[in-house]
Design a binder for this molecule. Structure first.
Ligand code: PGA
Length: 260
């Protein structure tokens, strides 16, 4: 696992975007795993800028989103379908048929989840998965107690997540309590993971995920099991890391490290 501490949200977003751009430059038909929430907004803005100014090409890219609220139509302003189109897809040259987002309105959730898993496989697997982290340590909507081998399925949100997400809705009662989400096992199958975290509200979750034990109580800790995981944090989110100096030392020493 590589921990990259940046001084600001803007820098964190830039470094994360450069990693995604590098994957696309090496593999123009890459499969990207997308995340929603406030944190990846800067990363998406940066990718849009790279598309506009440096012709970063999405024409052969396929995407899979992590999750979606159950019960919200794709046009609902708080649906993740709407979020993705508004903040990213409509600004780049991605083909609409290459966009995959879990359905929040299917009539058969188990069948849809099985189909989503199969579709990821049929597309060759996810090359790089973008992740945020919840204040309760979740990745996607894998709330505390989610199996570390879980696959795409319906989940009930934790009270903490409902509280956190209430800011996007008129009131707390409007926050859906169910979501469809990739599982921890689905996420761990991606070839590369890029987790972004910013601000004081994430300090504890980041410390637990990176330096705590691997536990289903903090599903983000499962990324410790992944062979190619990068965690990019701003100074506030990094404040609880006991080995922070070492992570910064590794990052500074990286350009001179022998290449294999
Ligand atoms: P946030 O959400 O980026 O809006 O804080 C993160 C998450 O819940 O994964």
């Amino acid at each position: 696992m590589e921990i990259i501490v940046q001084r600001s949200y803007a820098q964190m977003s830039k470094v994360a975007a450069e990693i995604i751009a590098e994957v696309l430059n090496t593999k123009p038909n890459a499969v990207l795993g997308m995340a929603t929430g406030s944190t990846p907004l800067g990363l998406y803005q940066e990718l849009v800028r790279l598309h506009q100014e440096r012709q970063l090409d999405f024409s052969r890219v396929t995407t899979f989103n992590l999750d979606e609220y159950v019960g919200l139509s794709i046009n609902h302003p708080q649906s993740y379908h709407y979020f993705m189109h508004e903040h990213f897809f409509r600004h780049v040259n991605i083909q609409p048929q290459n966009i995959n987002i879990p359905s929040g309105t299917t009539s058969n959730y188990p069948a849809f989840c099985a189909w989503y898993e199969q579709r990821i496989k049929d597309c060759g697997g996810i090359d790089v998965q973008i992740l945020g982290i919840g204040t309760d340590g979740h990745i996607a909507f894998n709330e505390p107690g989610s199996s570390l081998t879980s696959r795409t399925r319906l989940k009930t949100l934790s009270r903490q997540t409902i509280d956190d997400n209430a800011r996007f809705f008129e009131n707390r009662d409007n926050v859906p309590i169910y979501a469809i989400t990739m599982g921890v096992g689905t996420i761990l199958d991606a070839k590369k993971l890029v987790l972004v975290a910013s601000g004081n509200s994430k300090t504890r979750a980041v410390a637990q995920a990176v330096e705590g034990p691997v536990t289903s109580m903090v599903t983000a800790s499962a990324i410790q099991l992944h062979p190619d995981a990068k965690v990019i944090v701003d100074a506030e989110a990094a404040a609880g890391l006991t080995m922070r100096d070492y992570y910064e030392f590794i990052y500074e020493a990286k350009p001179a490290a022998p290449r294999f």
